[in-house]
Design a protein around this ligand. Structure first.
Ligand code: AMP
Ligand code: GLY
Length: 435
């Protein structure tokens, strides 16, 4: 079949790499992709938020299956649009789409909606309350009740910057004012969720659902802060590992019963059309899982450690999900460890330069063979045909190993081999999990 994959990050390189291995995949197009996806498929330059343009491409290239990576097109309703046009257009009538509806993507697009959904459906989460400019004063009065630290979350998508954790009343007041009254994040902070701070260790769980049944994917832990020891600004993610050693059967069962099942039941009961991935961002506090957030897509860089551990045919699995046929599907998962270390441009997540030549990738293939997969994120091929940096997060160096230590060592060794001006990475990814 002909497949269109939407997105351009390391996550999409990992999806493209895995899908291209499937005998079911004839042509693979990636919109807009990067220099890595171009090695396993054909990049196409589309504005993925212009759904008419996307559907025109689908018609032209006889696309059978669309898979959507990032959140923005989901929240803006790409699944609803494509389903609507495929009903009316004979040529598109068999188009399969793996993407939740806009109503489903609201679990990621609105923190207020997500928290209300969790509470209605008995999903274990931190105490919280939502405020608007109209109820600002009430919010100020409630700060004290949550204690310190306190978490303030802008309701809408804020490119990973919308969550602020502060230690004192005055900072909390300032932040609430900036978000609600000064519209720090524009429309995204018209509502603000005040939330109880939880202290524990984070882990991410993922399911693929067709709206009725689901499969559980391998779990992962990601590292969001720019600095070693989890310090400094938040980023899209600086590295990840899978599996996560502290996740035992007891914890897994609690997560299933207290988080995943009530979520899937809630979607069914509320008749929210959901076909795609749900990413559960969890905090484990004293052995109990609490849901911090939903993402209605796979994580990046979590995908770069989850997919390399899946031994089953990914296209077959995703296509079954898109057709509502996940029942009885099982996954074959490798018991190897996968780790990824992200190489980023100096200055990221703030200002950084692009267009820097990237060297050393060819050496990875000789040194590590198939145990090292360099997933590309912010890369492109310049006019001279050379590989150069084109974003903040540049490469996710995924390694496989028989132990966490073994995989981490390979990722770190690779991180030293690859060179570009201003290269930065965290050398402590996964170290907290080593015994
Ligand atoms: P989010 O954008 O919801 O993933 O939040 C970003 C990060 O903020 C999370 O990965 C956590 O590290 C942190 N965070 C969010 N909510 C809480 C909370 N209630 N308690 C402690 N940390 C939190
Ligand atoms: N790595 C976190 C995310 O994809 O949102």
């Amino acid at each position: 079949m002909n497949i269109l994959l939407i997105g351009n990050g390391g996550r999409e390189h990992a999806f493209a790499w895995k899908m291209a291995q499937s005998p079911l995949c004839t042509q693979l197009y990636i919109a807009s992709g990067n220099a890595g996806t171009a090695e396993v498929g054909s990049n196409v330059s589309l504005n993925v938020l212009d759904f008419e343009q996307v559907s025109e491409f689908i018609r032209q290239k006889d696309i059978d299956f669309v898979v959507v990576g990032p959140e923005q097109p989901l929240v803006e309703g790409i699944a609803d649009y494509l389903k609507e046009v495929s009903k009316k257009d004979e040529k598109l009538k068999n188009l399969a789409i793996l993407a939740p509806s806009a109503a489903g993507a609201k679990l990621e697009g609105s923190k207020d909606f997500a928290k209300a959904f969790m509470k209605r459906n008995g999903v274990q989460t931190a105490a919280s309350e939502t405020f608007t400019a109209a109820t600002y004063q009430e919010g100020i009065n409630k700060i004290e009740q949550f204690g310190y630290p306190i978490v303030l979350k802008a309701d809408g998508l804020a490119a990973g910057k919308g969550v602020v954790i502060v230690e004192s009343r005055s900072e909390a007041e300032q932040t609430l004012k900036a978000m609600l009254l000064e519209k720090q994040f524009g429309a995204a902070s018209e509502k603000v969720v005040l939330e109880q701070f939880l202290k524990g260790i984070e882990v991410s769980f993922f399911v693929l659902t067709d709206g009725k049944d689901f499969v559980l994917l391998p779990e992962a832990k990601d590292y969001k802060r720019i600095g070693e020891g989890d310090t400094g600004l938040n980023t899209g993610g600086m590295g990840a590992v899978s599996p996560v050693p502290f996740v035992n059967e007891i914890l897994k069962e609690k997560i299933m019963q207290k988080i995943i099942k009530p979520t899937l039941d809630g979607l069914k009961n509320e008749q929210i059309d959901f076909c795609g991935f749900i990413f559960f961002g969890l905090m484990i506090q004293e052995g109990e899982p609490y849901l911090l957030e939903y993402n209605t897509r796979m994580g990046d860089p979590e995908t770069e450690v989850v997919l390399p551990r899946i031994e089953s045919d990914l296209v077959e699995l995703l296509y079954a999900a898109a057709q509502g046929k996940l029942k009885d599907k099982t996954l074959k998962i490798s018991d190897k460890y996968a780790t990824t270390v992200m190489l980023v441009s100096g200055g990221y997540p703030q200002e950084y330069a692009v267009g820097k030549p990237i060297k050393g990738l060819d050496k990875l293939a000789t040194d590590f063979k198939t145990d090292l997969i360099p997933f590309q994120a912010g890369t492109k091929t310049d006019e001279k045909g050379d590989l150069v940096t084109a974003g903040g997060r540049v490469l996710a160096l995924t390694a496989k190993g028989d132990s966490l230590e073994d995989a981490l060592q390979k990722s770190l060794k690779a991180a030293q081999i690859v060179e570009f001006e201003g290269k930065y990475f965290r050398a402590d990814i996964g170290r907290d999990l080593l015994k």
